[in-house]
Design a binder for this molecule. Structure first.
Ligand SMILES: [Zn+2]
Ligand SMILES: [Zn+2]
Length: 270
C-alpha cells in the first residue's frame, strides 16, 4: 500500500500544504490544499474520498478537484463523511453561491460527486481496502480512519485532542503499520489547544500510552511557524515512540510488519 502525502501541514507556506493523503492513487483522505500538487491525470485516478471533518484546511480543494474532473468527464466521485460534515459541505460550499452544486451536476442521474453518510464504528469497503470509521474529538464533529487491506494498514487521527475512544477503537483493530496523529501546538499553548481541540505533545504522549502496542508514529498538522519548537517537544515527550514528522511530497510504502522485534519501522519514505 502506498500512502503519498500531498499535504500534512497545519497551514500554508511555500513547500507546505494542508491535509491530503493519496492512497494507492485512487483513494484520497481529506482534500486540503495538498490536492493542488496533483496533475489532472493523477486527479482522474481518484474514485473515493474520505473526509475527517468540515474544517477548511481539510476540504478546501474538493471543489477545485471536482471542477477539474467534471471537465475530464470523470465518473461520480464517492465522498464519505459524517452527516454533519456533508451537511456543512452542502450548505456552505455546494450551495450555488460559493460553488456550483456538484451533487446535481452535470446531471442528477450522474453527478460529479455523491455524498455518502458514514457513522462512527462503521466499516466500509473502498476498492480493495476496508475502512473503519474511528471516533475523534475535535471542535466540530470529526472522525479518524483505520484503512487496511491484505498488505498493510494505517490509521489517521484526523484533527483530534485528548480522548479515550479513538485509542480504544484502535486497540480493538488489527495493529497498524503507520499511525498518523496530529499535533498543532506546544505544551505551553495548552490553553489555545484546549479551545481548538488539537493535541499538544504532552497530551499526545499521554494518549499514546493508551495503546496496547507501539506502532510507527508519524506526526502531521504541525504549525507553519514555531515548527522547530513543537518538533523539539515532540521528540522529548514522545521519545518512547521515536516519532517521525510526516513529510509533504513523500510516498510511504506500507507493508505488514515481519515478526521480528528489532525490525525497523516498515513505513519508508521514497
Ligand atoms: Zn480541524
Ligand atoms: Zn486541520
Amino acid at each position: 500500500m502506498e500512502l503519498r502525502v500531498l499535504g500534512c501541514s497545519g497551514g500554508i507556506a511555500s513547500g507546505q500544504a494542508t491535509t491530503a493523503f493519496l492512497v494507492d492513487h485512487t483513494l484520497l483522505v481529506d482534500a486540503g490544499t495538498g490536492v493542488g500538487s496533483l496533475q489532472p491525470h493523477e486527479m482522474s485516478k481518484i474514485d473515493s474520498i474520505l473526509l475527517t471533518h468540515s474544517h477548511l484546511d481539510h476540504i478546501s480543494h474538493l471543489p477545485f478537484l471536482l471542477n477539474t474532473l467534471i471537465g475530464l468527464g470523470h465518473p461520480t466521485i464517492e465522498v464519505y463523511a459524517l452527516r454533519e460534515t456533508l451537511e456543512a459541505l452542502q450548505d456552505h460550499i455546494f450551495n450555488n453561491i460559493i460553488w456550483p452544486d456538484f451533487t446535481q451536476l452535470p446531471s442528477k442521474a450522474a453527478p460529479s460527486v455523491r455524498l455518502n453518510t458514514i457513522e462512527i464504528g462503521q466499516t466500509i469497503t473502498v476498492g480493495d481496502k476496508q475502512v473503519v470509521v474511528l471516533p475523534a474529538f475535535h471542535s466540530v464533529p470529526a472522525v479518524g480512519y483505520w484503512v487496511g487491506n491484505e498488505q498493510a494498514a494505517f490509521a489517521f487521527s484526523g484533527d483530534c485532542s485528548q480522548n479515550d475512544v479513538f485509542w480504544e477503537a484502535l486497540n480493538n483493530l488489527p495493529p497498524v503499520d503507520m499511525l498518523i496523529v496530529d499535533n498543532q501546538y506546544t505544551d505551553e499553548e495548552k490553553g489555545i489547544s484546549a479551545l481548538a481541540k488539537h493535541y499538544y505533545p504532552a497530551s499526545l504522549a499521554e494518549d499514546l500510552r493508551k495503546l496496547t502496542y507501539y506502532p510507527p508514529v508519524y506526526i502531521s498538522h504541525l504549525p507553519t511557524v514555531n515548527t522547530d519548537a513543537v518538533i523539539t517537544e515532540i521528540n522529548c515527550d514522545l521519545a518512547s515512540w521515536s516519532p517521525k514528522v510526516l513529510m509533504t511530497g513523500h510516498r510511504y510504502q506500507l507493508a505488514a510488519k515481519v515478526d521480528q522485534p528489532d525490525s525497523e519501522t516498515v513505513a519508508q519514505p521514497l
